[in-house]
Ligand binder design. Structure first.
Ligand code: ASP
Length: 338
């Protein structure tokens, strides 16, 4: 197992399956009355968030707590970051407090990687700018695998603001590792630079793609948020376009939103995913978001189990050779205390 989780590319197929399979076991504890495993008792996890988050931060917090770790949340607002402290000084300060794992979200691509140069504990990238969000890709794969079975040979379509999406990049890497075929769909202005080097096909035509006319029948569609906050000025709601990316929000919704009519183009077995937060009426209609095909809340639920598995593997793995409890030869903690 990798020491840090900075990118989906840090995993090989065996490592990815190890986490997904562990997450299946961790998920069982959601249904218990006492949601606690002792696996990380006495260990401290710090969530260092320089960007807003609802799902990711709270699920890392719950995951750590269900594994009996002490979890501390530090956010830019309310910390010395708002007084101008640098990322390096903040990371060194947090590390000096005696941290066993650092979960970091930062608006700059590469920030999590930089932090590994300054601290001595496992670092988990919870989203770095427009670069990567590996635990999101793992929870998406977990959710898809539960619905579709093994993902090898499945065709997953990812649609939306790909230029600003760290979720898209991590998903293309991980789904490729698991043997799935990926098609990315966006207007030309929202296709990432260099996408031709990615392991996927691309299209500007959502209707044709969903109807299976571009890259074959579709097994799932993942809608991504239009990230107005990364699009510069003039990008607020009220129907105004994010300057330069598309003419108006209404036109974006017509061209690339998952409308009820587009939902009907999908084969019956194909679910709808969205990492959240959703812009209802823009990239996804409420009918699609709330339909029985929607796995949006399953994704949120999977976030806890997947992050428990990631924390367990990285932190227990870090113990090996240090004389503390490790994974080698030991039964899985969720199995021991089932
Ligand atoms: N929550 C995801 C992320 O942090 C997706 C999004 O914000 O649109 O990247």
């Amino acid at each position: 197992m990798t020491r840090h989780l900075l990118s989906a590319a840090d995993l090989d197929a065996a490592g990815a399956y190890e986490i997904l399979n562990s997450a299946e076991q961790m998920d069982a504890i959601q249904h218990r009355q006492v949601k606690k495993l002792p696996a990380l008792r006495g260990r401290t996890v710090v969530n260092l968030f320089f960007e807003d988050s609802t799902r990711t931060r709270s699920s890392f917090e719950i995951a750590g707590k269900w594994l009996s770790a002490d979890v501390v949340n530090v956010s830019a607002k309310g910390s010395s970051v708002s007084k101008g402290e640098s990322l390096r000084d903040t990371a060194l300060t947090v590390a000096a407090l005696g941290v066993d794992a650092l979960v970091i979200r930062h608006p700059s691509s590469g920030a999590a990687h930089r932090v590994t140069e300054w601290v001595d504990c496992p670092v988990i990238n919870a989203g770095d700018g427009t670069h990567e969000h590996p635990t999101q890709a793992l929870l998406d794969a977990f959710t898809l695998r539960r619905r579709l079975g093994e993902l090898a040979g499945r065709h997953i379509v990812i649609v939306g603001d790909l230029t600003h999406s760290r979720v898209a990049r991590s998903n293309v890497l991980l789904l490729g590792l698991l043997g799935a075929q990926v098609t990315l769909v966006a207007p030309p202005t929202l296709m990432p630079a260099g996408v031709h080097t990615w392991n996927c096909s691309t299209s500007w035509d959502l209707d044709a793609t969903l109807a299976g006319k571009v890259a074959g029948d579709v097994d799932a569609v993942m809608m991504l948020r239009v990230q107005r906050e990364r699009m510069g000025t003039g990008s607020s709601g009220g129907g105004r376009a994010a300057v330069g990316y598309f003419p108006t929000e209404r036109e974006y919704a017509i061209g690339y939103g998952l409308s009820p009519a587009r939902l009907d183009l999908l084969p019956e077995h194909a679910p709808v995913l969205h990492p959240g937060p959703m812009n209802r009426g823009l990239e996804i209609s409420s009918i699609a978001a709330d339909s029985p095909r929607s796995l949006v809340l399953d994704q949120v639920r999977a976030g806890v189990a997947v992050r428990m598995a990631v924390l367990y593997h990285l932190m227990a793995g870090a113990d090996e050779g240090s004389g503390r409890t490790g994974t080698t030869g030991e039964p899985h903690p969720a199995a021991v205390h089932a």
